[in-house]
Design a protein around this ligand. Structure first.
Ligand code: C2E
Ligand code: MG
Ligand code: MG
Ligand code: MG
Length: 293
């Protein structure tokens, strides 16, 4: 039988479609408790300039500190949160937390604060008729200026009709920046750039993996390099900023710089960290800047 009872009481039942429906339902119940009980925490991964390694932004990444299972990654519970609709209150929590923290950094570090703070937004949130109002409230309650907030959306989330399109244009009009996350992995990346008001393109990690490999062939033969180059050129032509995601080595950072990327994110540069660790990094950066003056 396909039934198994997990240690923490998760019931896994894989139906004919191979979909662990019950596991998701159980997870949903646990998630509700997690939300109410303060088990969700937000880490921030620095986004850095590739030349001088200055921090120019952060991306908020949620973690679930489960009482018995330890830290659970969003890849494991975001799908369940989307399915159960809990992504709406979860996303609202992350958004409010991100705005509050970014406003705090701004008050504390002024010109040395991260210029932008990004939160991931799922399709279900974009469909929620209250989403724009939630964003407006998060900004107003925190005092964070709109232009400091970035909302990251994926192609698949955006490719869903009128309501979503109206929401995105509303957010853009408010001065919020929209980033196309995991760019290049969807099916209509290029047409999307025309159809929605993106300000930032995040080159997906899958094109950064292997971008540095020199196989002795002309550069264009390295397909990832070719895509990475095309994306940055297109972005510049359209007046969009870029972020290269998932940089894991100095070699990758160097090649991406040569290709025209000025900003990147990845374990080689900085891992996702607590707000306190980001503050320590900002304090260090501030003292370096002060020494320069
Ligand atoms: P994402 O938005 O593309 O975020 C980047 C992911 O890549 C993060 O994984 C980050 O920790 C990881 N990463 C960064 N640099 C490197 C690297 O150099 N190497 C490798 N191997 N990985 C790297 P994480 O935190 O596990 O999040 C996974 C995904 O879950 C995110 O992908 C995003 O789609 C989703 N997610 C995370 N937090 C939220 C949230 O608050 N709301 C929603 N809707 N989705 C979220
Ligand atoms: Mg993201
Ligand atoms: Mg991404
Ligand atoms: Mg990604």
């Amino acid at each position: 039988t396909a039934k198994q009872r997990g240690k923490a009481g998760f019931v896994r039942y894989v139906d004919g479609m191979g979909e662990p429906v019950l596991a998701h339902m159980q997870l949903g119940g646990e998630l509700r408790r997690a939300l109410d009980g303060g088990e969700l925490r937000v880490l921030y991964q620095p986004i850095l300039r590739l030349d001088d390694r200055r921090l120019v932004g952060v991306e908020a990444l949620v973690r679930w500190h489960h009482p018995t299972r330890g830290v659970i990654s969003p890849a494991e519970f975001i799908p369940a949160a989307e399915r159960t609709g809990l992504i709406v209150p979860l996303g609202r929590f992350v958004l409010r937390e991100t705005c509050r923290q970014a406003a705090k950094w701004l008050a504390e570090f002024g010109p040395d604060a991260p210029q932008r703070a990004a939160a991931n937004v799922s399709a279900r949130q974009l469909h929620d008729p209250d989403f724009v109002a939630d964003v407006t409230a998060a900004l107003a309650d925190s005092g964070l200026p709109c232009e400091r907030l970035v909302l990251e959306v994926t192609e698949s989330a955006v490719l869903r009709g009128q309501q979503v399109s109206r929401t995105l244009y509303d957010l853009d009009r408010m001065g919020i920046r929209l980033a196309l996350d995991d760019f290049g992995t969807g099916e209509s990346s290029l047409s999307l750039l025309r159809a929605f008001p993106a300000a930032i393109v995040k080159l997906d990690k899958s094109f950064v993996d292997g971008v540095e490999i020199d196989d002795g062939q002309p550069a264009a033969v390295n397909a990832r390099q070719a895509v990475a180059r095309a994306v940055v050129q297109l972005a510049h032509t359209l007046g969009l900023d870029t972020v290269a995601e998932g940089i894991e080595s100095a070699e990758q950072a160097a090649v991406l710089r040569e290709l025209g990327y000025t900003v990147g994110q990845g374990y080689h540069l900085a891992r996702p960290m607590t707000a306190e660790s980001v503050s320590a990094l900002l304090a260090r950066q501030q003292s370096l800047t002060a020494a320069d003056r």
